[in-house]
Design a protein around this ligand. Sequence first.
Ligand SMILES: Cc1ncc(COP(=O)(O)O)c(C=O)c1O
Length: 371
Amino acid sequence: MPKVMSLNSCCITNYKKHTSTLNLTGYSCKFVPSMIDFRSDTFTKPSPLMLDAMFTARVGDDVFGEDPTVNELEALLANEFGMEAGLFCPSGTMTNQIAIKCHTQPGDEVICEKMSHVYVYEGGGIAFNSLCSVKLVEGNLGRMTADQVLEAINPNDIHKPHSSLVSLENTANRGGGSCYEYNELVNIKKVCKENNLSLHLDGARLYNALVAKQQTPKQYGEVFDSISICLSKGLGTPVGSVLVGKKDFIAKARRIRKVFGGGMRQAGYLAAAGIFALDHNVERLQQDHLHAQMICDALKSKDFAGTFLPVETNIIIFEVKGRFTPATLTKKLEDNNIRVMAISPTQVRMVVHLDILPEQVAKTIETIQGL
Ligand SMILES: Cc1ncc(COP(=O)(O)O)c(C=O)c1O
């Protein structure tokens, strides 16, 4: 017992040491890191207040369903989206892949946009986990229309795979953080319903879309059969995504999570960060969107910036031309303590997030103006 006590007090000392170097509010931070990292909104680190919420969480064994904080987070998000149940998982890749597995049978076909995360960036998981083929649709900025979905559904013909699932992404990462109009989602749902297909949403950045389009979570619960919501992107937690859906669906998903090795024990420490983020980090996403717009405006005046994808939320994707290439511009900015990401031979991506402070936005704009 004394050993445990001394270990805990050592952790507390380290924790206090860490938090004392940072301002609690985040925004008027005295400790402004010199490197400004726009590579992704996954680079955020938990604030002292978030760490405090994590550190003091009530926990239990979640594989036994006994972690009160995980249960609270799952119920909170299910309720917010008007869904029956939720499932906390370690990553957005896992919530997406579990959903796809639950909605399909081996040999089925999944319909998604050609730049979808579920297809491009999840390691071939649709084939690996679910033994399904994929029908890719060339959309507009990562978004498909209801007509395109209808066209992509295979006829009832033994030569063709059975189309059983449509997977959308909102905001669409490779579409530059583009958002769906709600009407289009309703139309897509209608097509799915009429043709007996399930509809899943990769909502890694759904809260960015909700804030930008002034939509509500309940509207999404009315349209989708399952939604994956990431807590570790714009919302700023270190780990975790929640899958929401009907009770039976989530019961099945819970089995699949176990099979995928995603059952976590005292996961309440992580879920507490999610609850904190939902309380504190949603409305402020507007600020990220405004900052992205300001940086975009500064870039647009430069001769090396070509075409931009429309900046609707926190992501800026633009073509680099003339005296820079994406690689040389990335290097030049890195020399000025600004990290961006070359995402193709012609394009650079910048993602604004919780850990990009207003003074860092000002410094970035000044640096861009000086290039
Ligand atoms: C649109 C989208 N979906 C899903 C994911 C996967 O999330 P994770 O990294 O938690 O697996 C990401 C990650 O960046 C993403 O951008």
